[in-house]
Design a protein around this ligand. Structure first.
Ligand SMILES: C[S@@+](CC[C@H](N)C(=O)[O-])C[C@H]1O[C@@H](n2cnc3c(N)ncnc32)[C@H](O)[C@@H]1O
Length: 168
């Protein structure tokens, strides 16, 4: 996984994804408490220009140790599920559903198509998909099992953004 994804050519793509995430959830305007799960370098908070909860498995980035000790109304997971096993993804969804069944999710999934691979080579980001545990088709299958789609957007035919709420 390359930490410098908001630099050079790749910045245009990754920044566009964050802007679309903000737009699909109307995150600038509404008062919902946001958790950025797998926040990385906290670009969502930077573009939102307001404080949100930032959690990451990497101690260098995280601001909280346990998401269960915090309140939030919406979780953003952008390009994160791929680094989690199927079991970890399901565990996270079930854990949130049991305590916060009205919590909404915005999930960004890179398609890992030929276009994605070409773009990562052109931006010299050769390690873009290193460390992948769960591929996009499997991520989507799990998502459809647990969520209803409120709306969906695509960014440059490379990333799909899903705005979701739990199935009853
Ligand atoms: C490609 S980066 C995306 C960062 C950020 N979401 C963004 O859009 O800029 C993936 C991030 O997910 C984090 N991550 C990977 N596995 C995780 C897990 N199981 N729980 C929480 N964060 C995780 C990594 O440490 C990394 O910061």
């Amino acid at each position: 996984m390359n930490e410098d994804y908001y630099k050079g050519f790749g910045k245009i793509y990754f920044e566009k994804i964050i802007k679309e995430i903000i737009s699909i959830g109307n995150l600038k305007i509404n008062e919902k408490k946001i958790l950025d799960y797998g926040c990385g370098v906290k670009y969502l908070e930077k573009l939102l220009k307001k404080k949100i909860l930032n959690f990451d498995i990497n101690k260098k980035y995280t601001e909280i140790n346990d998401i269960n000790n915090h309140n939030f109304d919406i979780i953003v997971l952008n390009h994160v599920l791929m680094y989690m096993s199927e079991g970890q993804i399901i565990e996270l969804f079930l854990q949130i559903k049991s305590t916060k069944s009205n919590c909404e999710f915005i999930i960004g999934i890179g398609r890992m198509s030929l276009i994605n691979k070409l773009a990562s080579i052109l931006s010299f980001n050769f390690k873009a998909h290193t460390g992948t545990k769960t591929y996009p088709d499997k991520q989507i299958k799990i998502i459809l099992e647990y969520f209803e789609i409120i709306s969906k957007k695509s960014v440059f035919f490379m990333t799909d953004i899903y705005y979701l709420k739990f199935r009853n």
